[in-house]
Write a protein that binds this ligand. Structure first.
Ligand code: AMP
Length: 170
């Protein structure tokens, strides 16, 4: 399936110099959504994945579809202050400034084999922070899957050692 035709480039959003990859045309297509759930799940369908951990907010859309295909549970990794229970917190660097992510302390255990999912891998700070939070809960992070990878930003190096795969590369 030609997913690229569903991705809209929006220059200078949310700030000058950034070309935003708008996935809303892709979300509008049930064929594309179904294809992505299966394509992201396929490489890890025999890997004993017990949980899909996904990053707020666009990661949630794809992560829940992948979890259903894999027969795994879903774990939300959220922006600060959103999760109601006891949380672990991680900080990461963005191009300008820093970001914070949180996970419920009891969301994952040492018995869990986790597939991390987000919509897009750019510089890798967000995904590296999410992987660290899952590991801090004791879980094994088996791989990290993305719909889009901006390969020229070298984000996969930040995930040191975690296998990274993406359906579309720019
Ligand atoms: P990074 O931490 O630099 O890898 O950024 C990844 C996160 O920021 C993902 O959750 C993306 O949704 C978002 N993001 C970064 N760059 C873009 C972009 N050019 N277009 C759309 N989303 C982006």
């Amino acid at each position: 399936m030609d997913l690229r035709s569903y991705i809209r480039d929006v220059p200078d959003f949310p700030k000058p110099g950034i070309v935003f990859k708008d996935i809303t045309p892709l979300l509008r297509s049930h064929e594309a959504l179904d294809y992505i759930s299966h394509a992201l799940a396929e490489p890890y369908k025999d890997s004993g994945i017990t949980a899909v951990a996904a990053i707020e907010s666009r990661g949630f859309i794809f992560g829940s579809g992948v979890a259903r295909v894999l027969g795994a549970g879903f774990v939300p990794i959220r922006k600060p202050g959103k999760l109601p229970w006891k949380t672990r917190r991680g900080e990461y660097t963005l191009e300008y400034g820093s970001g914070i992510l949180e996970i419920h302390d009891d969301a994952l255990t040492a018995d869990d084999r986790v597939l991390l999912i987000d919509d897009l891998l750019a510089t890798g700070g967000t995904a590296a922070c999410a992987a660290m939070l899952a590991r801090e809960c004791g879980a094994t992070v088996v791989a990290a899957g993305f719909v889009i990878e901006l390969a020229f930003l070298g984000g996969r190096e930040k995930l040191d050692g975690t296998p990274v795969y993406a359906l579309i590369e720019y």
